[in-house]
Design a protein. Structure first.
Lengths: 119, 111
């Protein structure tokens, strides 16, 4: 049983550089979510996809953040012109979705995250 | 404005006893509630969930109770084991509100 896979596990970069993270969801899951988690906090929702459609992106932290899921399978999260405050754990999750735009009552399953450190 | 609150940052319990983790929420639109467990350097692992049409859901040693009138839920672990030591997150969603997490409670089960 393959779970949610995230790459890389760690990313260290200099301020101002662009970074891209990849998420491979559980194969039969049509919904994919991105979260950010900082120290002492719970995961914070950023965006989600149902198949290839991005149904919610208003909670992305700034216009430097963008996400794609071009074929409805894997997804990428890009942060442009990174800042010190972007240092965090970025988590991906997937779930079954029953259609429609609401958040269906299916549990989300998380990957182990990508830890981003900005120097 | 925290919609999901876990007021106890930490909890210590002896092995074999009951662990009770608490969670309060403010958004009356929430209709689905979950508990996740997180070990260091790993992502959150789904434990158990409950829909707002129920007031109790049980899965092995884990039971979640929901009190809608008090906007309160709790997770009971019986009996507690050392491997249960982790950070536990309460989460809730509903309608157009995506999953919202509390800040977590660190459970330590002492042998």
């Amino acid at each position: 049983d393959t779970g949610v896979s995230q790459n890389p596990r760690h990313k260290i970069t200099k301020r101002g550089q662009n970074v891209t993270f990849r998420c491979d969801p559980i194969s039969e899951h049509n919904r994919l979510y991105w979260y950010r988690q900082t120290l002492g906090q719970g995961p914070e929702f950023l965006t989600y996809f149902q198949n290839e459609a991005q149904l919610e992106k208003s909670r992305l932290l700034s216009d430097r953040f963008s996400a794609e899921r071009p074929k409805g399978s894997f997804s990428t999260l890009e942060i442009q012109r990174t800042e010190q405050g972007d240092s965090a754990m970025y988590l991906c999750a997937s779930s079954l979705g029953l259609g429609g735009g609401d958040y269906s009552n299916q549990p989300q399953h998380f990957g182990d995250g990508t830890r981003l450190s900005i120097l | 404005d925290q919609q999901v609150k876990q007021n106890s940052p930490s909890l210590s319990v002896q092995e074999g006893r009951i662990s009770i983790l608490n969670c309060d929420y403010t958004n009356s639109m929430f209709d689905y509630f979950l508990w996740y467990k997180k070990y260091p350097a790993e992502g959150p692992t789904f434990l158990i969930s409950i829909s707002s049409i129920k007031d109790k859901n049980e899965d092995g040693r884990f039971t979640v109770f929901l009190n809608k009138s008090a906007k309160h839920l709790s997770l009971h672990i019986v009996p507690s084991q050392p491997g249960d030591s982790a950070v536990y997150f309460c989460a809730a969603s509903g309608g157009n509100t995506p999953l919202v997490f509390g800040k977590g409670t660190r459970l330590s089960v002492i042998a």
